[in-house]
Write a new protein. Sequence first.
Length: 282
Amino acid sequence: METVSTVNIGILVFREGLECILVLSAVMASLVGPSARYRRPILIGAAVAFLSTVVTWKIAVQVIDDLTASVPALEIQAVTGLLAVCVLLVVMNWFFHRVYWTGWISLHTERRRRLIAGGTRDRRAQRRVWLGLSLLGFTSLYREGVEVVLFLQSYRLRLGPTAVVPGLYLGLALTALVAVLTFVAHRRLPYRRMLVATGILLGAVLLVMVGEQAQEMQLVHWLPHTPIHWLARHTPVWMGLWFSVFPTIETLAAQALAAVFVVGSYIAARRHLLRSPRLGVA
């Protein structure tokens, strides 16, 4: 069980880190030659965002731990799990990402261009440029960091804080490797294929999380519990431990709906891409 959770957490963290690297690399792609000095404030902003994410994690842990003193822990776990699943459904919305990448990256690139174009030799103007680029780097990373914090709260409540650490380190190590290849070795990686590959893995993680969440909602009596007796006789225990496949109508229906949502959004994104060939991730 811990091995599965470690892999799942690692995939979640790596996916968010990969998205952040893609945005930062797109923003800094043309900052070469004399403009290379503008990379520094962007990276500083990203570093501050990383530290802010750590602070956000500690605040979230404290708030949730305080809530468990007055609210049953199982209900808190169900709420945080439901929130994590909702965020993950947005992350796994392929159609949203097609539009998101075009709009989000274009917005950041345009902000960077305007900031640098507005800079002059005047010291005050230069400070504004550096501050603006720092905020650009900050928002690029912190948004992904907040998503990771939300994801991991559910795992922390269910498995304990020590069980989250190995998966977190795995995801951070993979992210750091890609970051070094991108920003130090200046390798142009196939980000789109990497996002699709991690997206497929994340789809499996989503189904596991949905199964776990549906079962938790049954335990707090937010969902009915309708067993499928003939399936229960043929479902091995490891299916529940590893893949959260439980022989009840509610858990299986929830996982089926999640799968339909992900596959449907992918088909919609493909059709949208065919109508707009220039839309997509480079």
